[in-house]
Design a protein. Structure first.
Ligand code: ADP
Length: 319
């Protein structure tokens, strides 16, 4: 067994396609024990697919996944008790009460009868849903349902929590509650893996982030390092009087990595890592004037974290 390393999860060379649609292309990453890992990528980029592979729900894939050194190819009850999973759409039995649902789940995940009641009390209090314990699941609002899903995922004190878009659709107060809970669980040694398509949802809580784009991990590292990259990289905002018909006019300039069209006459010109801001401004002015167009404004910006993220995912997943 190779379970003594510091990795809780090790994903290596995953390749997954649905019929003719390739989704994951050689995806690899490791998640250190105790970390809060934010998995971010646009809608449709393959986050849920990755999560379903990690939780044993999708078996038809190439590559290897191990959790605490155990391959998920040989699924065992030990793996089930190691993992707590919150699916994107919580599917709970609607005709039952919150207590009944949690009780059954707790027993199925290996808790003793005497433990389950105590634990249900604990987690429902932590999540602020104790007052709903006797309610039928069908009567709950979306946010409360999400909290019941979270209660279920953490009930058996899993070492690894895999949460698919856990804060999507929550009100701001509940988002804070969830994020504080992630921090608390992490301090207690739980590894948290959670996904989102919104950068701001993960940036203040994840210690490590992975950006999924084009089926691969486009960035993997600390939030600090990502912020440093933002500090280094820059972009130039350009507004012309007349529209610029073709982005290539700007894309082809030396030192330019990418051009985002904000409007027909407004552009963000994103520099290559070694691009010189003065050279890009100068050559953009020359190129625009050479077309007989007029400039209304041009100025350098620091790139936002959001636009750095978009540059990794490259517009993928959008219609
Ligand atoms: P994300 O969670 O990042 O939004 P998903 O993993 O849900 O992405 O989906 C990735 C891509 O795979 C999408 O284009 C989606 O439509 C497609 N997809 C997901 N599940 C299936 C399936 N069961 N059959 C066919 N295509 C699927």
């Amino acid at each position: 067994m190779v379970g003594n390393s510091g990795e809780m999860v090790s994903v290596s060379g995953i390749y997954k396609r649905y019929k003719d649609l390739p989704v994951l292309l050689n995806l690899s990453f490791d998640i250190p024990k105790g970390s809060i890992f934010g998995y971010i990528g646009p809608n449709g980029s393959g986050k849920t697919t990755t999560i379903k592979i990690m939780t044993g729900l999708i078996r038809d894939f190439q590559g290897e996944v191990s959790i605490e050194g155990r391959s998920i190819r040989n699924w065992s009850s030990e793996l089930s008790s190691t993992i707590g999973y919150l699916p994107q759409q919580t599917s709970l039995q609607e005709w039952r009460t919150v207590d009944q649902t949690l009780y059954t789940f707790g027993r199925l995940s290996g808790l003793q009868a005497s433990e389950v009641d105590k634990r249900i009390k604990e987690v429902t209090e932590m999540l602020g849903i104790a007052e709903y314990r006797k309610r039928k699941v069908s009567k709950l609002s979306g946010g409360t349902l999400q909290k019941v899903g979270m209660a279920q995922a953490m009930l058996h004190r899993p070492k690894l929590m895999v949460l698919d878009e856990p804060v999507a659709g929550l009100d701001p107060e509940s988002r804070v509650l969830f994020k504080n809970l992630f921090r608390q669980l992490s301090r207690e040694g739980t590894t948290i893996f959670f996904s989102s398509h919104i950068l701001s949802d993960i940036e203040d809580v994840a210690d490590t982030i992975g950006i999924l784009g084009q089926g691969r991990m486009r960035y993997m590292g600390s939030m600090e390092e990502l912020r440093e990259r933002v500090g280094r990289s820059t972009e130039v905002s350009l507004e012309t009087v007349e529209p610029i018909p073709d982005d290539r006019l700007l894309e082809s300039l030396p030192g330019v990595s990418k051009v985002e069209r904000v409007a027909d006459n407004r552009f963000h010109i994103i520099l290559q890592e070694n691009g010189q801001i003065d050279t890009v401004v100068d050559s953009a002015i020359r190129a625009v004037l050479a077309q007989g167009l007029h400039i209304r404004g041009i100025h350098p910006n620091r790139q936002s974290l959001e636009s750095l993220y978009l540059s990794y995912t490259d517009g993928e997943g959008r219609p």
